[in-house]
Design a protein around this ligand. Structure first.
Ligand code: HPA
Length: 309
């Protein structure tokens, strides 16, 4: 009798879904259930619709800036701005050096959307929340994503204040925004990452640097979850595995953007350098100050790249 009841319940689709939801929730991974993924997509569509109702032109290029780099939005002629809190379903930024504004504008007639301030795993956001703005950009039809971040230098070639074009990355965050049911309308189940950072955009950035007399390095960015900074042993490890710079952002957004079939350009400002033989504490105020003072260089590169896209 008991067996028959169990079999009858198991054969009932609704019952199976309820069990699946309970299992997902008890595993503390609510983002992996199918219903949650559908509602996430729905939220991105709603946020995009809200923005479409206010803007005149759909953006082609998305900019995503980080620590102290909000000023690099000066690359843009701004026509409209929204506080994140006024956009349906948008998370709120909790980091002081991040502005929390979504800007619309143009660079020489090219319509642009720019996020001043991003969401990080270390703030407690899930990978889906961190990448929500990328999904909204995808829904708006953005084809190119330019990201900037502050990073610690690991390669002896790098000096404080330098700019580094991200040629590739190493995901050490322990997270991936594509875990869970794949939203087929957004991209493939197993996106290829052999050229996550677009070669043509890298060349455009290199040329922009040459034209403007700005020294640009190229290297591998290692992304950690943070927020604690790296120990000397971790620095040695990161150097050994081929990382040139380290930071707490960018990786999740780039994975979502590649899944969305966007062309990606990543730029790091080296705000501090790590020498495992002479470890010095990284001071957050100094990191922000260096990022701020390097922002004009970054704005020049972004502007020149956007013009040439
Ligand atoms: N580590 C991690 N993130 C960073 C650093 C660093 O040294 N500098 C700027 N962001």
């Amino acid at each position: 009798m008991v067996y028959q009841v169990v079999v009858a319940l198991y054969n009932n689709t609704f019952f199976r879904k309820v069990i699946c939801q309970i299992v997902c929730l008890t595993a503390q991974k609510p983002w992996i259930n199918i219903a949650a993924m559908k509602s996430y997509k729905h939220k991105a569509v709603e946020a995009a619709q809200f923005l479409k109702d206010h803007i005149e032109k759909l953006p082609q290029i998305g900019l995503l800036t980080g620590t102290g780099l909000g000023e690099s939005a000066t690359a843009l002629d701004i026509s409209l701005s929204f506080e994140y809190k006024d956009i349906p379903h948008f998370p709120a930024t909790t980091v002081e050096s991040h502005f929390g504004k979504l800007l619309f504008g143009s660079i020489r007639d090219k319509p642009i959307i720019a996020m001043q301030g991003r969401f990080h795993l270390y703030e407690g956001y899930s990978p889906l929340e961190v990448t929500f703005p990328v999904r909204v950009m995808q829904e708006l039809g953005v084809k190119t994503l330019i990201l900037s971040n502050a990073a610690g230098g690991l390669s002896p070639r790098l000096q404080t204040g330098d700019l580094m074009i991200i040629a590739d990355h190493i995901n050490l965050t322990g997270s991936n925004p594509l875990v869970g049911p794949n939203e087929e309308s957004w991209g493939a189940r197993f996106p290829d990452m052999t050229e996550a950072y677009d070669k043509k955009l890298i060349t455009l950035a290199e040329n922009a640097g040459k034209d403007a007399g700005i020294r640009l390095h190229k290297g591998v960015y290692a992304g950690l979850q943070g927020p604690s900074l790296e120990t000397p042993a971790e620095i040695r490890f990161l150097q050994t595995i081929g990382a040139d710079a380290v930071g707490f952002s960018t990786i999740q957004e780039v994975i979502a953007a590649v899944h969305a079939d966007m062309q990606v350009l990543g730029l790091s400002i080296i705000t501090n350098v790590h020498d495992p033989l002479a470890p010095t504490p990284a001071v957050v105020e100094e990191i922000i100050a260096v990022a701020n003072s390097a922002a004009p260089k970054l704005a020049t590169i972004i502007r020149q790249v956007a013009i040439k896209i």
